[in-house]
Write a protein that binds this ligand. Structure first.
Ligand code: ADP
Ligand code: MG
Length: 453
């Protein structure tokens, strides 16, 4: 088989097993450059793609290649700029600015329509969903639920800050279940609408209609459940509904901006039920994921974007994906109005008001807060003491500096008593691991976070 044919065959197999957004973001503009006694050299457009393919898809790539040619032993990735340039020029010549203007008034998928029977919006699916370290656990659980709704992860409780993709992922689960299990009745409802439904049924003196309606579904998806705080009657109703559905192995999915333990005014029995299945946090996207999201969004508009602009946007637009989309919209609209791709300085000028100052922090302030929380002398954190409670506080400080403020391991080590960076990595991973099994540690850390807000 010719190398070109081999790679095309592999690409078509890879395309089947990963999301479309990931496929187009990472595999577009790749090719086999050469084969050298069992070593395949894959050409990639830039350093990001190279790292990402190696870290995330290496096994899949190697397995697929070997599946098509069992002489292959290994894969190398090399940056191959020329090809990328040609392809993007190609594309430029094909794009007619007028069609862009007509077809893409808005960057996100147009609001198609919301299905009246299940409230799901078909624009939310996994084709357009980028997966990265910030949401990959949620994504993996979502896929398991789609395969076997109600069986393994029940309830599925997903939480995280605003604009990070909670609504997108839970609706995409609903939409995909409808396709894969056409007989299952799926229903999406915001907590607000659920409450209104309940109040209406009381006012119309017909509470049974409400009960019957919600008990007939196989999959219930409830969005923004944090708004249940303080609504005692709604909580009571939800408690009974939960039990009925749960006993019948119906899949229940919740989203919230907080972990169940931190929803104020939530009955304990509901709190423990919410957290009794799989509870997963979605974080803010890291730099590489922002690159992938930006590329995927531009891809959907046919707009051309230079790699340096992608890097600039990904560096400047931290935080939530909704805001990131807003800024991308601005760039796309301008570029459509001018019927040309924008230069970096035009882009900088356009989005300067959307850029928030980066979170900055003095390391010693965080250490001070952590020491204060654990009632320790600040100085002991920097010293060599190995007393258990001090080691723990030190590890929590390192964890927070890395996790929340993205400070490099070597710098954390250097500032916290000249420790080696491997010690910092170990501490970070240790706390991360402990958090999976220790809810009281989670509470401690959340309380510390409140102290430095
Ligand atoms: P939340 O419900 O957490 O506030 P949304 O689900 O409404 O956030 O997401 C905000 C916007 O970002 C939506 O337009 C959504 O389609 C988009 N989005 C979120 N996550 C992703 C992702 N992983 N890949 C691509 N787009 C995303
Ligand atoms: Mg939402």
């Amino acid at each position: 088989m010719e190398t070109k044919e081999l790679w095309n065959k592999c690409l078509s197999e890879i395309e089947m097993v990963i999301s479309k957004a990931n496929f187009t973001t990472w595999f577009k503009n790749t090719s086999i450059i050469k084969e050298d006694v069992g070593v395949i050299h894959i050409g990639v457009p830039n350093e990001f793609v190279k790292d990402w393919l190696y870290n995330k898809f290496h096994k899949l790539i190697l397995k697929t290649l070997i599946g098509n040619n069992d002489n292959i032993r290994s894969v190398e990735y090399i940056i191959h700029k020329q090809e990328f340039k040609n392809e993007s020029n190609d594309k430029t010549s094909k794009v007619n600015p007028q069609t862009i203007l007509n077809n893409n008034k808005e960057l996100p998928l147009n609001d198609l329509y919301i299905n009246k029977d299940d409230n799901l919006n078909p624009k939310y699916n996994f084709n357009s969903f980028v997966v990265g370290p910030f949401n990959e656990l949620a994504y993996a659980v979502a896929q398991a639920i789609i395969t076997n709704p109600g069986q393994n992860y029940n309830p599925f409780f997903i939480y995280g800050g605003t604009g990070l993709g909670k609504t997108h992922i839970i609706q995409a689960i609903g939409n995909t279940i409808k396709i894969k299990h056409p007989l299952k009745k799926v229903y999406y409802v915001s907590l607000e609408k659920f409450t209104i439904d309940y109040i209406n049924s009381i006012q119309n003196k017909n509470p049974n209609s409400f009960k019957e309606k919600y008990r007939k579904y196989d999959v219930i998806i409830m969005d923004d459940i944090q708004f249940i705080s303080g609504k005692d009657k709604t909580q009571e109703e939800l408690f009974h509904l939960f039990n009925t559905l749960y006993e019948k192995d119906k899949q229940i999915i919740f989203s919230s901006d907080k972990h169940p333990n931190f929803i104020q005014g939530l009955e304990e029995r509901l709190q423990s039920r919410f957290a009794s299945g799989m509870t997963v946090q979605i974080n803010e996207p890291d730099y590489e994921s922002r690159v992938a999201i930006i590329k995927a969004k531009f891809e959907s508009t046919n707009c051309i974007i230079e790699p340096e602009i992608v890097s600039y946007l990904a560096e400047s637009l931290e935080g939530n994906i909704r805001e990131l989309e807003g800024s991308l919209n601005t760039v796309v609209c301008q570029s459509q109005l001018k019927s040309k791709s924008l230069t970096l300085s035009e882009v900088k000028n356009l989005i300067k008001n959307n850029i928030k100052p980066k979170k900055t922090v003095a390391i010693k302030d965080i250490v001070k807060i952590v020491a204060e929380y654990y009632e320790l002398e600040e100085a002991v954190i920097y010293e060599k003491t190995r007393r258990k409670e001090i080691v723990k506080a030190r590890q929590v400080a390192m964890y927070l500096l890395r996790e929340d403020f993205n400070i490099s391991y070597p710098l954390i080590g250097q500032k916290l008593g000249d420790r080696d960076h491997t010690t910092v990595i170990h501490s970070h991973l240790k706390i991360k691991d402990d958090l999976k099994t220790d809810p009281s540690l989670l509470q401690e850390i959340e309380k510390i976070r409140i102290m430095f807000k």
